[in-house]
Write a protein that binds this ligand. Sequence first.
Ligand code: NAD
Length: 492
Amino acid sequence: MPSFLGDLVKRIQNYIDGRFVGGRREFADLNPADGTVIAQVTEACEAHVDEAVHAARRALLGEWAQIGIRERASRLHRVADAIEKRFDCFVQAEVADTGKPISLASKLDIPRAVANFRVFADLVKISGLESFQTETPDGANALNYAVRKPLGVVGVITPWNLPLLLLTWKVAPALACGNTVVVKPSEETPATATLLAEAMQDAGLPNGVYNVVHGFGPGSTGEFLTQHPGVDAITFTGESRTGAAIMKSVAATVKPVSFELGGKNAAIVFADCNFDEALSGLSDAVFLNTGQVCLCCERVYVERKIFSSFVEGLKRKAESLNPGWPNHEQTDLGPLISAQHRDKVLSYYRLAQEEGAHLITGGGIPKFSDNRNHGFYVQPTIYTGLPESARCIKEEIFGPVCHIAAFDSEEEAIAMANDTKYGLAASIWTSNLKRGHRVAQQMKVGITWVNCWFLRDLRTPFGGAGLSGIGREGGMHSLNFYSEPNNICIRL
Ligand code: NAD
């Protein structure tokens, strides 16, 4: 068996038809904490992508098609076991690639990847996927029943912020439904998708069921995959702009798409909230993973009565965060993913000033006495005083930053929170549950939390409205997307 684990820091290759495959073109994988090169990654050319798609097609029609749901589910549990067996290795790879604190990778990213396989393995077993529906609508002339089939070869394209978590969120249900996959992880974070190949081998998945191609988006691996006529569907998580480009690209071959895109999420904090809980919740919602979670909150609306004390409280939270080395247990704020992304975030810090913001804290780059100065850290940042029309209020920044504005009435808060082209997530903080329900139901988003944030049950629908996405995944929503019914009608 080819071993990737021992060589992790040196060379990351594509994984096609059960083999690790090198190539002529390579790109560097950097550690965002100090800018050092941690690996050379093989960029998949068009021929590699073609090979991967053909391997996935052969696997779709081979042994994988003969394996029943129960056996498929049991192999997915074995994939989860195989990840757990390599837990530390996955954690280290994710920390090195993303710069996220080890506490986060070991408590969130990797356990959630394990859970993704276990949840969808169990769900597909109880869903009755093979004979999804039996109907005789008029009860007389015909018996109708529908069988659900896999979509075929699914192209999976994912971002860098929660690399393995988001990749397995799509791969697990796709495989549970009997599809085969060609995945393209982000060029910034290629390691854990490649490690997963070993877990797949360990779990006894036939060659070609899981393939990995590395590279970039436009004019590279991502585009080769979306345009490939042998790919039957695309599931994508990333920026809204990229979603739009992929939509154009798949149009010619009419592929179904599932899109989980960007956000500009709001929180509404009422004066009757549990102040300390709201403060802790919002501190996570703004700064977790250095603000690089699609669900993070960049717009905070606080009832005027508690505005000043809330701003002061969140400032204290921001200033207490420790921008340490990712591998230190005490670190709670890692770097941004790349120099390019840091330039983008810093350009918004400057823009906020130009747009007339009042800086409460942060706004720049922290100074260190070691090599973290070569990494991509920024200060956690809070602004107030911007008009709602400001670009910093309208555009996703994707960093550890928020703007806090005051409101006087529930209606005003709802109107401001909904005044966005995005529609991913919102959170409401109040001790009045009636108001919690009332306001939550008026949010134009895919998920609204009341008195919490990022509390997830993987069986519930997940996705966004507007620029935040197309479709829902999670639980049966995923199984519905990754399979399609064939209705069979028998005349009685
Ligand atoms: P991105 O869109 O730049 O890249 C995502 C993936 O798409 C990468 O693998 C990239 O190589 C690929 N890609 C880029 N252009 C492509 C093209 N033209 N054709 C095919 N593939 C292409 O996003 P990112 O910067 O990696 O991630 C951050 C974004 O992801 C943020 O906007 C964030 O809100 C969003 N996100 C959304 C969710 C969600 O569930 N809604 C979750 C995480 C992140």
